[in-house]
Design a binder for this molecule. Structure first.
Ligand SMILES: [Ca+2]
Length: 487
């Protein structure tokens, strides 16, 4: 069913609120009984206000920053010696960085639907750009649930899903449909989109108070390319000089022999077409990667400005900041560009969570557990003390953020179900050591197997080697099980 975002989504959010927040109703009823027992109206109101304030002060504000196509290593704190991301680095120093974070599907709309709903694509069903979430799924997105729980909610930037923009489902909505544009005329000046989103974030924060927790989701367009523009990486001209005096090394698997070893359907794929535009000469490679880095530094500056505003407004001590991206990005590895495929560059993404309430001993940690885009919605709800719907398939990261040792997932399912004539569909299983890739549209299916512990750049497909037959049969069985169980 296509959702009527304006009225009905809101109505359902209200119904959900009614169903979930029975404790609040109980307290309201208890207040009524107290009145009949002779308590003064003013006294009861005062107590209710104090209770609300206590409850509000315990619930953190949530600031959710989602970049577009930022790979995991495009940050200083992940060991990149060239890119400048001082605020992201500081976020990691003062928070927790998840160094093995992944998207379960490497394309904007499907991954964003997973971020909102905590569900895999085979459950939320979003694999087209023009497709909105069903109403059933929309009402359990984290912003709708948080609003139902009393949060003031805001959305800024690329909405990323099809259908009408859900303006009325948020208290503050400055989202845009489609891919957006990087440059806009504002008061006679050309302004970069990242700066505009920053100003909108400050506007949202100015409307917040300490009496009501907030959840602000900012969905940057950067560092996504401007599709169909030959310049591709349209950064803020103020950052033009950045990286101008460095030469960015080419990745190991950019050597043509890696591309030549790919099957024909990958050599002819969309990723190769875009590689021609971005990386096919040393000059294009330098210009493209520097443009990509400049776009990310632009987001880093936005983070710095918004963080400064949180401090100025007194929200910093009770605001959890979460930074992630919807999917990764090839910078010429395997002779490819874009994302979509299950190779590491495409599926591995940044994730940093800074919770200012953590004791200093718990900060600056690097968690190695495999975490996923579907974990974010459950995490945000858990931080806010809101029940996690059973339909969500991810898991709250709260114990990991708090430094606890818990049993964690040992493998996970990847899927790319987007229909495109030049992008093959794929599924697979990723464990901490192994990766099994299966291109599902081919008969027989084309399969790849990598031993990541000994082959982190995925240079040697060992699928046909007898030494690995036991591992392969285990991974095939997990793939078969999970493609059914995750529906
Ligand atoms: Ca994306």
């Amino acid at each position: 069913m296509r959702i009527e975002h304006s009225g009905s989504a809101n109505g359902d959010a209200m119904r959900h609120k009614k169903a979930t927040y029975t404790r609040r109703q109980f307290l309201a009823q208890a207040g009524g009984i107290m009145l009949t027992m002779g308590w003064g109206m003013r006294q009861a109101r005062g107590q209710e206000k104090a209770r609300k304030e206590r409850a509000a002060s315990k619930r953190p504000n949530l600031l959710v920053l989602v970049t577009d196509d930022q790979r995991w290593d495009a940050m200083g704190c992940m060991g990149n010696p060239i890119i400048r991301t001082p605020h992201m680095d500081r976020l990691a120093e003062e928070g927790v960085i998840f160094v093995n974070n992944f998207c379960t599907t490497s394309i904007c709309m499907s991954s964003r639907a997973s971020i909102f709903t905590g569900m895999y694509t085979r459950r939320h069903g979003i694999n087209r750009f023009d497709q909105p979430l069903s109403e059933e799924h929309f009402v359990i997105t984290y912003p709708v649930l948080l609003r139902g729980a009393g949060y003031r909610t805001g959305f800024i930037g690329k909405w990323g899903l099809g259908g009408r923009l859900p303006k009325k489902a948020f208290d503050f909505f400055e989202g845009f449909g489609g891919q957006g544009r990087y440059f806009h005329e504002v008061n006679g000046k050309t302004v970069h989109l990242t700066r505009i989103l920053t100003e909108q974030a400050l506007e949202f924060l100015r409307g917040c108070s300490r009496d009501q927790p907030f959840c602000l989701s900012i969905s940057f367009k950067a560092p996504h390319v401007q599709d169909n523009d030959p310049r591709q990486f349209l950064y803020d001209p103020a950052l033009e000089e950045l990286y101008s005096d460095v030469t960015i090394p080419t990745p190991k698997t950019a050597d043509p022999r890696y591309f030549e070893s790919l099957p024909e359907f990958l050599r002819d794929s969309e990723g190769r077409r875009r590689w021609q535009i971005r990386f096919s000469t040393p000059e294009k490679y330098q210009e493209s990667v520097k443009g990509y880095y400049r776009l990310i530094t632009g987001v880093d500056l936005a983070l710095g400005r918004i963080w400064e505003a949180l401090r100025e407004m007194g929200f910093d001590g009770n605001t959890v900041i979460l930074l992630t991206s919807d999917n990764g990005f090839f910078l010429g590895e395997h002779g490819l560009a874009g994302k979509w495929l299950m190779y590491e560059e495409s599926i591995r993404t940044p994730l940093i969570v800074r919770d200012p309430r953590l004791p200093s001993s718990r900060r600056g940690r690097r968690r190695k557990e495999m975490t996923l885009n579907v974990d974010l919605a459950p995490t945000l709800l858990d931080l806010a003390g809101v029940p996690i719907p059973s339909a969500m398939q991810g898991r709250s990261l709260r114990p990991l953020i708090e430094g606890k040792e818990v049993r964690w997932r040992e493998d996970w399912f990847y899927e790319h179900l987007f229909e495109h004539p030049r992008i093959p569909k794929s599924e697979g299983i990723r464990t901490s050591r192994w990766k099994y890739i299966r291109y599902v549209d081919y008969d027989p299916p084309y399969e790849e197997l990598y031993d990541l512990a000994n082959d982190p750049h995925e240079e040697h497909n060992v699928i046909g080697e007898s030494d690995y037959s036991e591992v392969l049969s285990t991974l095939r069985r997990r793939w078969r099980e999970m493609r059914e169980s995750l529906k």
